[in-house]
Design a protein around this ligand. Structure first.
Ligand code: ADP
Ligand code: MG
Length: 474
């Protein structure tokens, strides 16, 4: 795997020339981000970070990841509808994790009132690394599944063109021609459009629920513009706007300043810091409404690390997906070792094992967005401190995946051009729409490859660690 571009990767002159071409190609193609200095202005923009070279990905694992995506869509949808499972699974977590507890309170409140929403839209991204085991052959291992605000489906729709050009510049036109087309933005928009259509009001709009700071707006615009091109109106609003302008009518239709909203697409709302009292109120209003939430609060809860860990327990998938033995086999084949830290003997034992050998594990709290997990010495210290307290149950433990590194260049504005040892994470986008009990759409919508230097244990593109990449299948 590591040797795909061995001949050029150390050729300084060729690399320099290709990097200059690559950066301009990225700007031309729209692989863009707003700047840290002016995060809410489009007057000054820069290219989003990306690799100079596409990274080698084993074809069999790539195909395996695509083949299991519809199964994961089914599974997430099943979990989101299973009150008993969510309640049992999150019972210990919500005693100690305030954020999950507050989401859970809204979930319960909305259920008790009775759901007004009848159409459901899921957009998720299942992320994997390629674990290189002792036997040599790499294995596909799921890192997590993101059920809210899974990003970079827009920008990554444009990176393959950039990498194709780079390979041509480097005299590798044969390899360039093998890069796969990829357009998650189109697939995500298709799902949103379907949900909008089933909601059934021509006048109603799609509302993108966006952050206060919108550096990654171009990624969202890719999806947004696909909707405009289908003659579906899109508005961009923040929680603050919902608090000020949002209301429900007697049948719980959602209005923003008098304009009906058919679909709420969250690109915000997954970290505790964004929620003050008013924003929680806004979230509750949205969840109570008839509008199609992507995701609804149950589906957000289905994406927690605690749920992921419980799914790996023997027998759980069989209960959640009765009648789908083949899907279960495909799903389970991607699981890494996951361990509960709930109070009791099982948790005591694994905590002791991880303290003794922290490099085998990752310690994960119930958070999203990168930079929250603990590794190595830090893992040991934290676990030592909380091992006898209930706080332990707000975390899970996971086997650490160890991919084979490869050399590449991470192109970042204002950073020197230097070779790095890198590892990659493959994400597959999934989209599904359910009307009542009937699944009317269930698809894989494209992929995302993100690559980072090995010295960073954690972190995605938005966190400034990983960069966009394109898989080169080998
Ligand atoms: P988040 O919700 O913050 O994205 P993730 O579970 O995706 O949480 O972890 C963040 C990053 O940490 C991943 O993108 C990956 O680089 C690294 N990571 C997470 N789990 C593992 C693991 N089991 N082995 C190796 N690296 C991991
Ligand atoms: Mg992640």
């Amino acid at each position: 795997m590591a040797a795909a571009w061995q001949d050029v990767v150390r050729d300084a002159a060729a690399v320099r020339e290709a990097a200059a071409v690559a950066v301009d190609a990225a700007l031309l193609a729209g692989v863009l981000m707003r700047t840290g200095e002016q995060p809410n202005a489009s007057d000054v923009v820069n290219y989003a970070p990306f690799t100079l070279l596409p990274s080698a990905v084993p074809r069999a694992l790539f195909e395996q990841a695509y083949a299991v995506q519809q199964d994961f869509n089914l599974l997430v949808d099943a979990v989101s509808q299973n009150k008993e499972f969510l309640e049992q699974t999150l019972a210990s977590t919500i005693k100690v994790d305030d954020f999950t507890a507050q989401l859970f309170r809204i979930y319960k409140q909305v259920l008790e009132e009775g759901l007004a929403q009848t159409v459901f839209l899921g957009i998720n991204r299942s992320d994997y690394m390629f674990d290189c085991g002792l036997e040599g052959a790499a294995a596909l291992r799921q890192i997590e599944i993101n059920t809210i605000a899974a990003s970079f489906g827009g920008l990554t729709s444009r990176t393959a063109d950039v990498h194709r050009l780079v390979l041509n510049v480097l005299g590798k036109s044969e390899e360039a021609s093998q890069l796969l087309p990829n357009n998650p933005a189109k697939g995500l928009a298709l799902g949103i459009a379907k949900a909008w259509e089933l909601y059934g009001s021509q006048r109603a709009v799609v509302m993108f629920l966006v952050e206060e700071v919108q550096r990654n707006i171009f990624d969202q615009r890719c999806v947004e513009n696909e909707l405009w091109n289908r003659n579906i109106r899109v508005v961009r609003k923040r929680f603050r706007d919902v608090f000020e302008q949002g209301s429900l009518d007697a049948s719980r239709r959602l209005y923003m300043d008098g304009q009906e909203v058919a679909v709420v697409y969250y690109r915000e709302g997954y970290v505790p810091q964004v929620y003050d009292e008013q924003n929680w109120e806004a979230r509750l209003l949205l969840e109570r409404s008839r509008a199609v939430k992507c995701p609804d609060i149950a589906t957000q809860l289905a994406g927690t690390k605690k749920v992921q860990q419980e799914l790996s327990r023997p027998g759980t998938l069989e209960k959640l997906l009765p009648g789908h033995p083949e899907a279960i086999t495909r799903i389970r084949a991607t699981f890494a070792g996951l361990y509960s830290l709930d109070e009791g003997e099982e948790g005591d034992r694994i905590a002791a094992t991880a303290i003794a050998d922290p490099d085998r594990f990752v310690l994960k709290p119930q958070r999203e967005g990168g930079g929250n997990n603990l590794y190595g010495e830090e893992l040991r210290e934290v676990l030592e401190k909380i091992k006898d307290s209930p706080e332990r149950t707000s975390y899970i433990l996971m086997d650490k995946i160890k991919p084979q590194p490869a050399l590449n260049y991470l192109l970042r504005a204002h950073s020197p051009l230097q070779v790095s040892e890198c590892i990659s994470e493959l994400g597959i986008f999934g989209v599904y729409v359910r009307q009542g009990r009937e699944l009317v759409l269930n698809q894989a919508a494209g992929h995302l490859l993100r690559t980072k230097a090995i010295e960073h244990a954690d972190g995605g593109v938005a966190a400034g660690v990983a960069v966009l990449d394109t898989p080169f299948l080998v």
